[in-house]
Design a protein around this ligand. Structure first.
Ligand code: NAD
Length: 512
């Protein structure tokens, strides 16, 4: 099936590189600012598209379209809203491979991983299809004599979503299915590195019958982000990205009176206790360290080996890492490239620094035989041993396929390491001791925890979010916290006149 994106959201240019658009009020809107960015195919290094960067005025156009669509959408019955959501789900199921191909072409992750990302996003659509149940309020009869009370939750209005490059479909889908099902209208600002998935999704919504203006996309950079952060018509911001930007989004958005959830970066540790199944731990260290080339906020980047198992564990991981095939995600590879040349250079630079600072490079991905044509942005799986907590490979979020082994003597040292870290997104423990695992989940200061599960991303009906510098704001993504974020509560106290209640009483209302 051909991509619907080819028909409307791109226009050919003279140089043969297609130009993407924005999506405003139900149709493609060509960029008018005159500023564009390059979109590259990370496996070949080729520039494949130009993406327009919205001006402040173009952002306001998108917000105005969303604002105009809000009253009609808010007043559309829940059953009509969820009928459209079901249709969106069916269309996405039928066309998921098309979206996965688009993700691989701009992000670089292998096709099976891109398909997995779409599936995890689809789970949130399915959760949001249950919105009639999720929005049910409470009711109390006769709270006072002849007085009833009930609660409802209502949509906020126009909501802004700003997403990172590493999940072009799934991260926006953590938010917009719930926001839309709850009656809000959306302006999404995707990452300028991977803009096509959002435009593809916009066209799918149109096909599903979503009214014009309910879902809008503005492409761009800081100008577009600041437009959303400062517009009084945008009532909330859902942001996912690096910690410094998340902090900025939270501070600026809340200063402008908005509700903000800003999910930031991560440095996730996996602890391997001496009693663990070391083959399972080695398999999972590979999956969690090198899946999506380490460009996941839930990737394991620090492996904490407790006691005398470290040599055996490092050998097992090294053997597996050497067997991985890195190359073009459209071929039968295990791992694709990094997203940009800058990311490739940054990650290699961290490995150089680690080596200089005294870490042992057990498996070196800086050079390799990569299965791709052209000048792709590759770094192969890299395993560092004897990593110290003062080395930059340990202190910084690398966001690449680099697994650092830190050796400690005791369980307590491992927990202290994690709790001293400024991030608190995800962590895992590998052990066969239920008591140790139970103590770990109780003591560790991290939002999402896996027990013999390396990437503990919660299902859509739970909420996703970290602690400390991994999340600013107090509401996590999707699940019931997502429903709460995209709605405001109201409590209604009702009395229907009865002749027996006649008469004045200026006292404070009490239960009588
Ligand atoms: P990023 O912070 O560079 O960009 C995120 C978004 O912010 C993009 O849309 C980008 O255009 C915008 N942006 C960039 N610079 C900006 C600025 N100066 N002012 C305003 N907006 C700006 O992040 P990224 O590189 O796209 O994504 C990787 C990061 O995202 C990693 O740190 C990763 O851990 C994090 N992440 C976190 C989660 C989570 O759930 N906590 C999930 C996915 C990714």
């Amino acid at each position: 099936m051909t991509s619907t994106l080819d028909d409307t959201a791109t226009t050919p240019t003279e140089g043969g590189v297609p130009e993407l658009t924005h999506w405003i009020g139900g149709k493609a809107a060509p960029g008018g600012s005159g500023t564009f960015g390059d979109v590259t195919d990370p496996a070949t290094g080729q520039v494949t598209k130009h993406v327009p960067f919205a001006s402040a005025e173009e952002v306001l156009d998108a917000v105005a379209a969303a604002k105009a669509a809000f009253p009609g959408w808010r007043d559309t019955s829940l059953s009509k809203r969820t009928t459209i959501l079901f249709r969106f789900r069916e269309l996405l199921n039928a066309r998921a491979p098309e979206l996965a191909e688009l993700i691989t072409a701009e992000h670089g992750k292998v096709l099976s991983d891109a398909a997995g990302e779409v599936a995890r996003g689809q789970e949130v659509v399915e959760f949001a299809c249950g919105m009639p149940h999720l929005l049910k309020g409470g009711a109390t009869e006769n709270a006072s004599t002849g007085v009833d009370v009930h609660s409802v939750r209502q949509p906020l209005g126009v909501v802004g979503i700003i997403s990172p490059f590493n999940f072009p479909a799934m991260v926006p889908m953590w938010f917009f299915p719930i926001a839309i099902a709850a009656g809000n209208t959306v302006v999404l600002k995707p990452s300028e590195k991977v803009p096509s998935a959002a435009l593809w999704i916009a066209e799918l919504w149109r096909e599903a019958g979503l009214p014009d203006g309910v879902f809008n996309v503005v492409n761009g950079d800081k100008v577009a982000v600041d437009g959303l952060l400062t517009s009084p018509d945008v009532k909330s911001i859902s942001f996912v990205g690096s910690t410094p930007i998340a902090r900025y989004i939270y501070e600026t958005g809340t200063a402008h009176g908005k509700r903000v959830q800003a999910l930031g970066g991560a440095k996730n540790h996996a602890v391997v206790l001496p009693d663990a199944d070391l083959d399972l731990a080695a398999d999972q260290a590979i999956n969690a360290g090198f899946g999506s080339a380490g460009e996941r906020c839930m990737a394991i980047s620090a492996l904490v080996a407790v006691g005398d198992i470290a040599d055996t564990l490092v050998d097992k991981i090294a053997e597996r890492a050497r067997g991985l095939r890195t190359g073009d995600g459209r071929r039968s590879c295990d791992m694709g490239p990094l997203v940009t040349k800058a990311a490739q250079e940054r990650v290699s630079g961290y490995v150089d620094a680690g080596e200089r600072e005294g870490a042992t490079v057990v498996v070196d991905g800086r050079q390799g035989d990569f299965d791709a044509d052209g000048e792709g942005f590759f770094v192969g799986p890299t395993l560092l041993d004897h990593v110290g907590t003062d080395m930059s490979v340990y202190t910084d979020e690398i966001f690449g396929p680099v697994l650092s082994v830190v050796r400690v003597d005791t369980y307590a040292e491992a927990v202290d390491l994690i709790n001293a870290n400024p991030y608190g997104n995800g962590t895992a423990i590998f052990t066969n001791d239920g008591g140790a695992a139970r103590r770990f989940q109780n003591e560790v200061e991290v939002g999402m925890i896996g027990v013999n599960v390396p990437v503990p991303v919660p299902m859509a009906y739970y909420s996703f979010g970290g602690w400390k510098n991994s999340l600013f704001g107090d509401t996590h993504a999707h699940g019931t916290e997502g429903v709460h974020f995209f709605t405001r509560g109201k409590v209604v106290t009702t009395r229907w006149l009865d002749p027996s209640h006649a008469g004045l009483n200026l006292g404070f209302p009490t239960n009588a």
